[in-house]
Design a protein around this ligand. Structure first.
Ligand SMILES: [Fe+2]
Ligand SMILES: [Fe+2]
Length: 276
């Protein structure tokens, strides 16, 4: 199964900018690149911060952009999103019985479980008892089946103070669920940090990546301020086969030359010899 993971597209109204960059243009270029190079993808998941201000016009813009994108796409909400505005723009979006934008579905690779960590009025992630009960139910319902989790916030601290100040506020509660079901969760995919990240949480591998509009910078000084830099945007291509997971990060706006090398031993000539 080929999965596309995109995160933090931060759309505004059409023509708007965020930190001097056009989120609509960047997201559209991302989708165009996917269609050219990975049009055979089975599914695309956008892990939240669909918009920057949660404006109804931004969700309408997102709907317009996606109307021409043929790959099935799943949309999660993040701290920059507005749940009622999202649901108004996407009335068919699945929700749990409490109205949170979270659901699950079977795929060829296993069950995909999409979480809603949005809490109005804060940039931190929240996953209260009602949402926790729902997640435990989903994990129990599929006894033994491989599951993959998708969420906006990082489920556990990443060691960057400002980012962790707006991380998962109830990380310990979430960790207890992850710990209980670590054997059946194959991977966790998230965004929010605008940083390329990989590692494990409660023994479960995770991956995150830069957004498509603006990018984080790793500041380990303990500063309370988030840092950003004008780096390359990316999307991830995730290959899920035979319970293995391989993740490629694609720098989709790279416009430079592509070098080519043979793979035979003698093809890797030393520079000095090649120049002779
Ligand atoms: Fe974001
Ligand atoms: Fe976020």
């Amino acid at each position: 199964m080929k999965l596309i993971h995109i995160t933090d597209i931060h759309l505004t109204r059409e023509g708007g900018t965020v930190l001097g960059s056009s989120p609509g243009k960047n997201f559209s270029e991302c989708l165009e690149h996917i269609l050219v190079h990975h049009g055979d993808a089975d599914l695309c998941v956008v892990t939240g911060d669909l918009t920057h201000w949660g404006e109804p016009e931004a969700y309408a813009y997102l709907r317009d952009i996606l109307s021409g994108f043929p790959i099935e796409t799943r949309l999660l909400i993040g701290n920059h999103d507005d749940r009622p505005a999202f649901r108004a723009a996407f009335p068919g979006a699945p929700c749990d019985v409490n109205g949170f934008v979270q659901w699950s579905e079977p795929t060829r690779a296993g069950r995909f479980i999409y979480l809603d960590t949005n809490e109005p009025g804060t940039h931190a992630g929240h996953y209260g008892p009602d949402r926790q009960d729902w997640l435990r139910g989903e994990l129990e319902a599929n006894g033994g089946e491989a599951c993959y989790l998708f969420m906006h916030h990082h489920p556990s601290p990443i060691g960057i103070r400002a980012m962790d100040d707006i991380g998962q506020a109830d990380a310990q509660d979430l960790r207890s669920i992850l710990f209980d079901y670590q054997d059946r969760i194959g991977h966790i995919f998230f965004g929010h940090c605008h940083l390329p990240l990989s590692g494990t949480v409660c023994g479960i591998p995770f991956a995150a990546l830069r957004g498509t509009n603006h990018h984080g910078w790793q500041d380990f000084t303990g500063s309370p301020f988030l840092k950003g830099a004008d780096l390359t945007p990316a999307y991830n291509v995730v290959l899920l086969e035979n319970a293995d997971c391989v993740i490629h990060t694609i720098d989709f706006n790279y416009r430079g030359p592509i070098a080519e090398f043979g793979t035979q031993f003698e093809d890797w000539t030393r520079e000095s010899e090649a120049a002779v």
